[in-house]
Design a protein around this ligand. Structure first.
Ligand code: NDP
Ligand code: ZN
Length: 176
């Protein structure tokens, strides 16, 4: 499995190679991908599909990668989980946010794990490395929205959910 995980990491690094996060330091995008997969692994997730989907979770949404390509390289299960956590970019940001809350209860187990890791990573960014233009109000709105998404998928993995709760608490302390 280590071979597959490194192959996925190599693939994601190539696809995201020109992209940066939105923090002032413009952290390479791949750091977020590595963080999401690491969060899952540190909380005992050993499921192949979940770990591969964590590494690949933003490739369809944010790069030219197609679902067919993921299926061919990593199999249809991984493709399906990545699709579950992929927003439809033809919709407005507000609509995409509403749909994430609405769809959370129908996500598969593996997609819930990826979603938890993604939100934990993003809470850490919003607390410690937010985009320079974000006001405290906007940061608070973001924290509140992730809480609504996570409320819809609870029961999936108590340890990851406890970690999410802790990171949310810390983020609220920082943001005020
Ligand atoms: P964005 O969707 O533009 O940015 C958040 C997303 O960007 C994250 O979910 C994450 O997604 C990615 N990201 C990359 N780097 C960072 C980083 N350093 N910190 C945080 N996120 C990062 O913004 P919003 O989520 O705020 O969506 C726009 C919404 O905000 C609209 O619905 C609008 O209503 C509202 N808004 C509020 C304003 C206010 O002042 N209150 C002002 C303007 C808009 P990923 O992990 O998928 O890459
Ligand atoms: Zn992400």
């Amino acid at each position: 499995m280590i071979d597959e995980l490194l192959t996925a990491l190599d693939f994601a690094a190539e696809r995201h190679k020109t992209q940066r996060r939105k923090d002032p330091a413009q952290t390479p995008y791949i750091n977020h991908v590595i963080e999401v997969a690491t969060i899952l692994a540190r909380h005992g997730v050993i499921d192949r599909t979940a770990l591969l989907a964590a590494i690949l979770h933003d490739t369809i949404e944010d790069t030219e990668t197609t679902p067919a390509e993921l299926a061919e390289r990593f199999g249809p299960e991984v493709r399906d989980v990545v699709l579950e956590v992929t927003d439809d970019k033809s919709l407005s940001k507000a609509e995409r946010k509403r749909l994430q809350v609405q769809h959370a209860p129908s996500l598969s187990h593996a997609a819930r794990l990826v979603k938890l890791g993604d939100k934990i990573s993003n809470l850490r960014y919003v607390a410690h490395h937010p985009p320079a233009s974000w006001s405290a109000e906007r940061r608070r709105e973001y924290l509140d929205w992730t809480e609504q998404v996570i409320a819809g998928l609870r029961g999936a993995h108590p340890a990851l959910e406890a970690r999410y709760d802790e990171v949310l608490r810390q983020a609220r302390e920082v943001v005020g």
